[in-house]
Design a protein around this ligand. Sequence first.
Ligand code: ADP
Ligand code: MG
Length: 256
Amino acid sequence: MTSPSPVLNTVSRSSADCSDAGPGPGSAIIALQEIRKTYFKPDGSVMVEALRGVDISIEPGEYVAIMGASGSGKSTLLNVLGCLDRPTSGRYYLDGRDVARMNDDDISRYRGRKIGFIFQAFNLIPELTIVENIEVPLFYQGIAPAQRRETAIEMLSKVGLDERTDHRPSELSGGQQQRVAIARALAMRPAVLLGDEPTGNLDSKTGRDIQNLFQSLHEQGITILVVTHDPNVAQRCKRIIRLADGFVVEDRPVVN
Ligand SMILES: Nc1ncnc2c1ncn2[C@@H]1O[C@H](COP(=O)(O)OP(=O)(O)O)[C@@H](O)[C@H]1O
Ligand SMILES: [Mg+2]
């Protein structure tokens, strides 16, 4: 045989792109390779294998639902994706860099620049006005005050709340508070927006408003991954990844 097999071809091409051995992330914004997450008991024995060899590749601009029964590993996966937790083994390339090889300080800085989080419980700081809430991550990234204010107001206008800058979270409805949380997540212009059941605490009408906002962010090219139990939420995404017992059991485009 004179020509190498296609498999060898692929391996040699991608290892030339990347200083590490093995294939790199290619054009993916997120590339998980053989990710495992094991929770151990204090005596060192295995308690739960929450992720058992997960391979996922997400291209920039994708809009993805992560589904699965309670206990299937969704939150664990989101915590790994969001660099809040390290996998036990496997590779995680976020925007081209192997996060598993960074030290804790580098990871938290990188996370702050690359990841926007949205939680079910909004997690706003009650003592701060909504514009100040959005300024918090900008403060931690060392952005100057005038620039912080300008960006925060721009983000509030993106979510339709620029008239409410001086209100406190308690003066807003649940849906409005989640808009503030989304504005805060967008403030660092992250590469990826991650949501863990972001509409789980909202009534269905308000939930749909937030989904419309996600849809418009998706149309602006933002990469979005949301964990959801709700088939209606998932159906508005472009791809569904389903977990069961720590494995990806389904990964398919949504036809709509
Ligand atoms: N901090 C932890 N310590 C031990 N086990 C955990 C921890 N977090 C999650 N688990 C276990 O890992 C599995 C996956 O949990 P999780 O990722 O929260 O699933 P989901 O979000 O799909 O409900 C479950 O069996 C859960 O009990
Ligand atoms: Mg969960």
